[in-house]
Structure formats: structure tokens, C-alpha cells
Design a protein around this ligand. Structure first.
Ligand SMILES: NC(=O)c1ccc[n+]([C@@H]2O[C@H](COP(=O)([O-])OP(=O)(O)OC[C@H]3O[C@@H](n4cnc5c(N)ncnc54)[C@H](OP(=O)(O)O)[C@@H]3O)[C@@H](O)[C@H]2O)c1
Length: 330
């Protein structure tokens, strides 16, 4: 039985913003599939999360060939929900995927060769069960492959109708400038860049955001909640159902130090004084940058999506509040 979506899911036009100098609007919050959509996860919970996001107007779902475990499983599992519940709504969705991290064994299953980029895209399309993805990314720069080759493969994906737009992830400001020029020449302008950005990871402020603004490329920033640390998740220890306990491959419990938690508690107090949760303030903080089109979040529970969308309702951060955040993080 297909899902009957909420009739009011597009009631808030302010939820969408044009991505860079393109005609494509993305939701200010997008949902990523890095965690909790592998074969080790509860498919009922995963389906509930996808459908809740769609009902809330979150139209953009971000995948990658490598998301699982095992690799590729997130695409297969998302594809199942897409076809079971949302088949009538494909044109309301922006589905992205990526290649560049290890997808399969051997010399052709990784990095940025034309061979890997195009074979991986075909695999992703099969797993997702779609004819095209909306955005296809180079997931990371490859030091051993000419940039011309990787960008040529992205442009070919567009020309062949297997991707509508292309993007870059984890490229430096210099690499982005060169890649953007190549993609423009090839007739497949770079739509979007996906870097890490949160109060704890501010590397993009050292040049990348300026390059993106100059090039007319939108930013969709990943891990804006520092994988959950910039929420109230860990203030009283590590709950059994939190990422650091459930899936500590990337968020290791030892990284949630007492010093970090002391900062988190101060940030939480500041957020409360603004009438927000810490998650909402952390999202408002990344979205304050004009070049940031969307904050790319993860979630383990539908209620987190609702809470996080509340970030769009709060007052803009004042200069004094921004300075206070900087002071806490020093
Ligand atoms: N391009 C790349 O190289 C790259 C790398 C990493 C990620 N990404 C993309 O970015 C996406 C998001 O990354 P991320 O999951 O690290 O993002 P994140 O938003 O920083 O962290 C998500 C986690 O924060 C917690 N959370 C979210 N909302 C909450 C709330 N209101 N209250 C309490 N806890 C809350 C949840 O943790 P619990 O699970 O503990 O509930 C959730 O799993 C990925 O899925 C992927 O699509 C891309």
C-alpha cells in the first residue's frame, strides 16, 4: 500500500532555497543515509524516517555508493521504500549519490577514474531502481587521477542522462576552483559542494565558502550537528540508542570528552536563552552563511526531524551570540 503523503508538506515555501546560481531549490535541511540504513538497521524504523522527512517537506535524500553496511545497502534499502511508498512522487525528490570511496574490491572500485565513476553510477542506479540520480558527486579528490578525467566522467554522466547535476565533496578551495572551470567548459556546471561544517569543524571558513560564492556553487554541509555531539544527546552520558554506542565507527565514545561536554552544556544554555534547543541553534549557525543552501543532517528518530526543522523558525543569531559561541569554543 503506497504511502499517502501529508497534504500540507509544501506549506512552508521558506523551506526551499536555490542552490548557488542554479534553478534548483533544495530544502534548508536534507536527510543523509550514512548511518542507520544498512542491512544491520531496522527497516521499519528506516522507512518511518524517510516517510516522515517527505511529509515534512524534506525533498532531498543524500546517498553514496559506499553507505551501508555492507556497501551499497543504503541505496538498496532506500530504493525499496521509494518504490514501495513513494513511486508516484519521484519527481518531487532530489536523490543524490556519490563515488570516490571504496565501492568494491580491486583497482576499479575506488577513487576518481572514469572507470570507477561511471561503473559505480550504473551500480547505484540499479540498486536505487531509478533511471537517473538528480545529483552525482565526486566524493573526494583523487591525487592519482587527472582532475580532467574525473570531471570528464561527471560531465559524461550528465550527457548520458544518468545524472541531472553534478557536485564535489571534500575538495579544497584550489581543487574546487579548477574543477568548476573544467565542468563549466564541459557543459556540466558544478551545482553543489558537500563539505563538513559545524561549530567544531570550521575549515570551510578558510577559503572554500568564498570560492563557492564566487563560482555560484551552493554548499550543502554535512555533519552540522557533529554527529549528534551538538545536541542534548550526550549531556548526561552516552545513551544506549545513541550513535556513539550503536555505531561507533566514526563517532568514538572517547572523542566525547569531559572538556567537550562542558562546552556543549554552555552552548545548550545559550540555545535555551534563545528559546531553542542546541540542535536548532547549531543548525541555525551553519545556515547563517549565505552560501549554505542546505544543512545535511542524519537522524535516528522521526521526532529529531521535527525538532531540527524548528531551527528555521528561530530569530537570526546576533553578533553578540556569535561572539559568545566563539568564546565558548575557544
Ligand atoms: N560527503 C562526505 O564525505 C560525508 C561524510 C559524512 C556524512 N555525509 C553526509 O551527511 C549526512 C549527515 O551526517 P551526520 O549523520 O554525521 O550528521 P549530523 O546531523 O551531524 O548527526 C546526525 C546525528 O545527530 C543526532 N541528532 C540529530 N538530530 C538530533 C536532535 N534533534 N536531538 C538529538 N540528537 C540529534 C542523531 O544521533 P543519534 O543517532 O545518536 O540519535 C543523528 O544520527 C550523512 O548521512 C551523509 O549523507 C557526507
Amino acid at each position: 500500500m503506497p504511502h499517502i503523503p501529508a497534504a500540507d508538506r509544501y506549506a512552508n515555501p521558506a523551506l526551499y532555497r536555490a542552490c548557488g546560481r542554479s534553478g534548483l531549490k533544495l530544502p534548508r535541511l536534507s536527510l543523509g543515509f550514512w548511518h542507520y540504513f544498512g542491512d544491520d538497521a531496522d527497516p521499519v524504523a528506516g522507512r518511518a524516517l524517510i516517510l516522515k522527512a517527505f511529509d515534512l517537506g524534506i525533498t532531498h535524500f543524500d546517498l553514496a555508493n559506499a553507505y551501508g553496511p555492507p556497501r551499497g545497502a543504503a541505496e538498496t534499502n532506500f530504493g525499496r521504500v521509494l518504490h514501495g511508498d513513494l513511486a508516484a512522487h519521484r519527481d518531487e525528490l532530489i536523490i543524490s549519490t556519490k563515488a570516490g570511496y571504496k565501492g568494491w574490491e580491486g583497482p576499479y572500485g575506488d577513487w576518481g577514474s572514469r572507470k570507477n565513476m561511471l561503473a559505480s553510477l550504473d551500480q547505484s542506479l540499479r540498486r536505487l531502481g531509478v533511471e537517473y540520480v538528480d545529483i552525482y558527486y565526486s566524493h573526494r579528490p583523487d591525487p592519482d587521477t587527472p582532475l580532467e578525467e574525473t570531471m570528464g566522467a561527471l560531465a559524461h554522466a550528465v550527457r548520458s542522462g544518468k545524472a541531472l547535476y553534478v557536485g564535489l565533496s571534500n575538495y579544497s578551495p584550489e581543487q574546487t576552483t579548477r574543477a568548476a572551470a573544467l565542468l563549466r567548459e564541459l557543459g556540466a556546471p558544478c551545482l553543489i559542494h558537500q563539505p563538513r561544517y559545524s561549530m567544531y569543524e570550521r575549515g570551510v571558513e578558510k577559503g572554500l565558502l568564498e570560492v563557492l560564492a564566487r563560482e555560484g556553487i551552493g554548499a550543502i554541509v554535512f555533519s552540522p550537528l557533529a554527529q549528534g555531539v551538538l545536541t542534548n544527546r550526550y549531556v548526561n552520558g552516552i545513551p544506549a540508542d545513541a550513535r556513539a554506542a550503536r555505531d561507533p565507527r566514526f563517532l568514538k565514545p572517547e572523542h566525547i570528552t569531559p572538556a567537550k561536554l562542558a562546552q556543549v552544556r554552555q552552548l545548550d544554555a545559550l540555545a535555551k536563552a534563545r528559546g531553542q534547543s542546541l540542535a536548532q541553534m547549531a543548525l541555525a549557525w551553519v545556515l547563517r552563511q549565505p552560501v549554505v543552501t542546505s544543512a545535511l543532517i542524519g537522524a535516528s528518530q522521526p521526532a529529531q526531524l521535527e525538532e531540527n526543522l524548528g531551527a528555521l523558525q528561530g530569530a537570526a543569531l546576533t553578533a553578540a551570540e556569535l561572539a559568545e559561541i566563539d568564546r565558548i569554543l575557544l
